[in-house]
Design a protein around this ligand. Structure first.
Ligand code: MSP
Length: 676
C-alpha cells in the first residue's frame, strides 16, 4: 500500500573531521527511520552529504598544506566507505561543492533579495569558528568561551550582507504556536521558542575575509555564509535552482530534518526564516537529538574525546553498533558512551538474548523436524497473543521515534519465547509423544513464528542480522507491512544455515586488546590522512572478529592477523619507532576476576622491573612464566587492563584457534638486548 512520500535528511557533515560515533549516530537513526518507513509502504527519499565550505575547513586544509577541495575529497571518501559498511540506504549524497548545490544556493538568495530582506552593513561581534556563528557577550560569559566548544570566541569586524531576521520574529513565534510538532522533542520546542522570544537580531550572511565558499550573487568579494550555504542543501539536492525540479516537487517540504541539539537554532530559526522570505514551504519537523558524551563531555574533535566507529564495526559487525546506538540512547537525551555498556548490550541483548533464543528454537526444529519449519500453524496460543501486542507497541513506538521502547517490546517477545519453551518443554513432549506429535509441531511453530516477527521488527535497526535470521527460519525475508501479521512462516519450509548470529564476546580479551593507546591513536590521526586505515569491509559473518592495529594489542590477539594484502604497509622508519627488547619474567600472577590476564614483573635490563599485563593466562600458568625470556615492546604507551597498569606488551604468535604462543630468542641473551 502506497502511503505517500517521506523525505528525511541528516545534517551535512563538516569535512574538517573524520566521522566519529556522534556523527554516525544521526545517519544511523535516519537510516533506521528510512528503512522502517519504506517497510510501511512510504515512498522515501533519504538525503545525507557533506558541508565543505567555511573557515573550519579552510583552516584544516591550510594546516595540512593542501587545498580545501583536496581535503574534502579525502574525507568524503571516508564517509562513503563508512556509510557502505554501516548499510546506510541514502538515496542521494550532496556535497556543497557540487555545481547543482551552488545553483540552488544562488536561486534561494535571489528570491530572498527580491523579497527585500538583504542589505549591506558594517558588523562586529564575537565569533566561534567551530560553530561558524556569532554569539552575544551574554551567551559567552566573562571568559568569552563558546557554550558548545568551550573555546575562546574571536572578535570579528567586517562589512557583511545582512538578512532581516528580526523582521521574522513574530511570524516565527506564530508559526511555532500553530505547528507544535515542528520542533521535537517538546523540551527543544520550548528552548527554541524562548530563544526567539528573547529577541532576534539580523543575521550576517556573507563573509569577506574568507575565500573558500560560494561567491555571493551580485556582491563581488563576498562569499555566502556557510550556514546559509549548508542549509540550502536540503532543496538543492532535489534540483531546486535547476531545470530538473521533479524531485523538488515530489518531496519538498521535508518530513523530518534530523539534527543534533547543537544545530537546532540554525534549523528551527534561520532556515525557516530563509524559506519564508524565499516564499518556499517549511519542513514539517526538525528533531533535535542529544549528544554522545565521553567522560560526561560532548564527544568532539576539539575536546579530543572521540570514539571512532571503525574498530567496533570490525570486531562486532555493523549491526551490533547500530543496535547499541539505538538501544542505549534515550532518543532526544544525552548518553554516555562506554566500552562496558557496549559489551553489556552485545553479550546481554544480542548474544544471549536474540542469538540464544534463535539458536535454541532452531536447534530443536532441526532435531525434531529434520531441518524444516514444524508442520502445523497454530492460530490460538499465548505466544501469538504476546506477539500481536508487541507488534502493536512496536509500531506505535517507531511512529513516535521512540526506538528504545520499540526495541524493548521486541525483547519482551524474545523473553516470552524463552519462557514458553521452558514451560512447554518440547523435549518432554517429544519424549512422551514422539516427534510426530501435533502438540510438538504447534509449540515449535509458535516459537519460530515469534522469532520471525522479531526479525522483521528489528530489520530497520539490524538489517544484515535480520535477513540472516529470516533465512535461518526458512522465511522469504519479506519485510513489508504484511510481514508483521502472525502466521507468515510456511509449515514444512526448509530452515537455513546454522551459524550463531552473535558469537559471545570475551570481555577480558576485549579489554586486553583495546588499550587506551588505540583510542589515543584515533584522536591524533590527521584528518583525511591517507595513512588512516580504511574501515574494515562488513564481515561476511557480521560479528566475525577482525584484527585490530597490532601496535595497540597486548599479547592476546584472539583472531588471525590480516592477510599481507589487507595489511597496512609501514616504512622502516615506522618500524624503528617501536622498541623491541628481550626481558626475563621475574614474577607472574593472575589478575583477580580475569581468566586470561596475567600480571608480570619483567627484567628489561632497567634499574626497575617493568609491570606488564598480558592475556595469556589460559595457555600459561604463572609458574611456567617465571624465568622465561620473552620479547617485549618496551615503548608502548601505558594502558590499564582490568584496573592494573601495563607498561609494555609481550609478543606472541597466534594459532588458528586464537591461542597465543610467546616469542623467544634462539638462545639466552642479556636482558634489555634490542631487536631489529
Ligand atoms: N555542517 C554542520 C551541519 C550543517 S546541516 C545543514 C555541522 N556539521 S558537524 O559535522 O559538526 O555535525 C554534524 C552532526 O553531527 C550534527 O547534527 C551534530 O549534532 C552531530 N554530532 C557531532 N557530535 C556529536 C555528538 N558527540 N553526539 C551526537 N551528535 C553529535 O554541524
Amino acid at each position: 500500500m502506497e502511503r505517500g512520500k517521506y523525505y528525511i535528511t541528516t545534517p551535512i557533515y563538516y569535512v574538517n573531521d573524520l566521522p566519529h560515533i556522534g556523527h554516525i549516530y544521526t545517519t544511523v537513526v535516519a537510516d533506521v527511520i528510512a528503512r522502517y518507513k519504506r517497510n510501511r509502504g512510504f515512498d522515501v527519499r533519504f538525503l545525507t552529504g557533506t558541508d565543505e565550505h567555511g573557515q573550519n575547513v579552510e583552516r584544516a586544509a591550510i594546516r595540512q598544506g593542501i587545498a580545501p577541495k583536496e581535503l574534502a575529497d579525502r574525507v568524503v571518501g571516508r564517509y562513503h566507505d563508512l556509510w557502505k559498511v554501516l548499510g546506510i540506504t541514502h538515496d542521494d549524497f550532496i556535497r556543497t561543492t557540487d555545481a547543482r548545490h551552488r545553483a540552488g544556493v544562488e536561486a534561494i538568495i535571489r528570491r530572498i533579495q527580491a523579497a527585500g530582506d538583504i542589505y549591506l552593513d558594517r558588523h562586529s561581534g564575537w565569533y566561534c569558528s567551530s560553530c561558524e556563528a556569532f554569539y552575544t557577550e551574554k551567551e559567552l560569559g566573562e571568559a568569552k568561551l563558546c557554550p558548545t566548544h568551550e573555546r575562546p570566541a574571536e572578535w570579528h569586524e567586517e562589512e557583511n550582507l545582512f538578512f532581516r531576521l528580526a523582521a521574522y520574529q513574530d511570524r516565527r513565534l506564530a508559526f511555532y504556536h500553530e505547528h507544535p510538532d515542528f520542533i521535537r522533542p517538546a523540551s527543544r520546542y520550548n528552548e527554541v521558542v524562548r530563544f526567539v522570544e528573547s529577541g532576534l537580531r539580523d543575521l550576517s550572511i556573507s563573509r569577506v575575509t574568507l575565500k573558500w565558499g560560494i561567491p555571493f550573487p551580485g556582491h563581488a568579494g563576498h562569499v555566502v555564509y556557510v550556514w546559509l550555504d549548508a542549509l540550502a542543501n536540503y532543496v538543492s539536492a532535489l534540483g531546486y535552482g535547476s531545470s530538473e525540479t521533479a524531485l523538488y516537487e515530489r518531496y519538498w517540504p521535508a518530513d523530518l530534518h534530523l539534527v543534533g541539539k547543537d544545530i537546532l537554532r540554525f534549523h528551527c530559526v534561520y532556515w525557516p526564516a530563509f524559506l519564508m522570505s524565499a516564499g518556499l514551504p517549511l519542513p514539517r519537523t526538525v528533531y533535535g537529538h542529544g549528544w554522545w558524551l565521553r567522560d560526561e563531555k560532548k564527544m568532539s574533535k576539539s575536546v579530543g574525546n572521540v570514539v571512532r566507529p571503525d574498530p567496533l564495526i570490525a570486531r562486532f559487525g555493523p549491526d551490533a553498533l547500530r543496535y547499541f546506538l539505538l538501544r542505549e540512547m534515550n532518543f532526544g537525551q544525552d548518553s554516555n558512551f562506554s566500552d562496558e555498556a557496549f559489551l553489556l548490550r552485545y553479550n546481554g541483548d544480542l548474544a544471549n538474548g536474540l542469538g540464544n533464543a534463535a539458536s535454541r528454537v532452531l536447534a530443536m526444529s532441526r532435531r525434531y523436524f529434520a531441518g524444516r519449519v514444524a508442520g502445523e500453524r497454530c492460530t490460538d496460543n499465548d505466544l501469538r497473543g504476546t506477539a500481536e501486542a508487541v507488534v502493536a507497541r512496536y509500531l506505535a513506538a517507531m511512529d513516535e521515534l521512540e526506538f528504545q521502547c520499540a526495541l524493548e517490546a521486541v525483547w519482551e517477545l524474545l523473553a516470552a519465547v524463552d519462557l514458553y519453551v521452558n514451560e512447554k518443554a518440547p523435549w518432554s513432549i517429544a519424549k512422551a509423544e514422539g516427534a510426530d506429535s501435533p502438540k510438538l509441531r504447534r509449540v515449535l511453530y509458535n516459537c519460530l513464528e515469534s522469532l520471525r516477527l522479531a526479525a522483521v521488527m528489528v530489520e530497520p535497526v539490524m538489517p544484515v542480522i535480520a535477513r540472516r535470521l529470516l533465512a535461518q527460519l526458512g522465511s522469504d525475508a519479506a519485510t513489508g507491512e504484511a510481514a508483521l501479521r502472525w502466521g507468515g512462516l510456511e509449515p514444512g519450509a526448509p530452515l537455513g544455515d546454522e551459524g550463531a548470529l552473535f558469537p559471545r564476546a570475551d570481555v577480558d580479551a576485549y579489554f586486553a586488546e583495546v588499550s587506551v593507546e588505540t583510542k589515543d591513536n584515533a584522536h591524533t590521526q590527521p584528518v583525511g590522512a591517507t595513512a588512516q586505515p580504511a574501515p574494515a569491509p562488513a564481515p561476511a559473518t557480521p560479528a566475525a572478529p577482525v584484527a585490530v592495529p597490532a601496535a595497540a594489542v597486548p599479547a592476546v590477539p584472539i583472531v588471525p592477523a590480516a592477510s599481507p594484502a589487507q595489511a597496512e604497509q609501514v616504512t622502516i622508519d615506522d618500524f624503528a619507532r617501536i622498541k623491541l627488547v628481550v626481558g626475563t619474567v621475574k614474577l607472574a600472577e593472575r589478575v583477580p576476576k580475569s581468566n586470561k590476564l596475567v600480571r608480570m614483573e619483567v627484567d628489561l635490563g632497567e634499574p626497575e622491573l617493568r609491570q606488564i599485563v598480558a592475556g595469556i593466562g589460559k595457555q600459561y600458568t604463572p609458574e611456567q612464566l617465571v624465568g622465561k625470556q620473552i620479547v617485549v615492546v618496551s615503548n608502548l604507551k601505558p594502558a590499564t587492563l582490568m584496573g592494573v597498569e601495563s607498561r609494555g606488551m609481550v609478543l606472541a604468535a597466534t594459532l588458528p584457534d586464537g591461542a597465543p604462543v610467546l616469542l623467544a630468542t634462539e638462545r639466552e641473551l642479556p636482558n634489555g638486548a634490542g631487536i631489529k
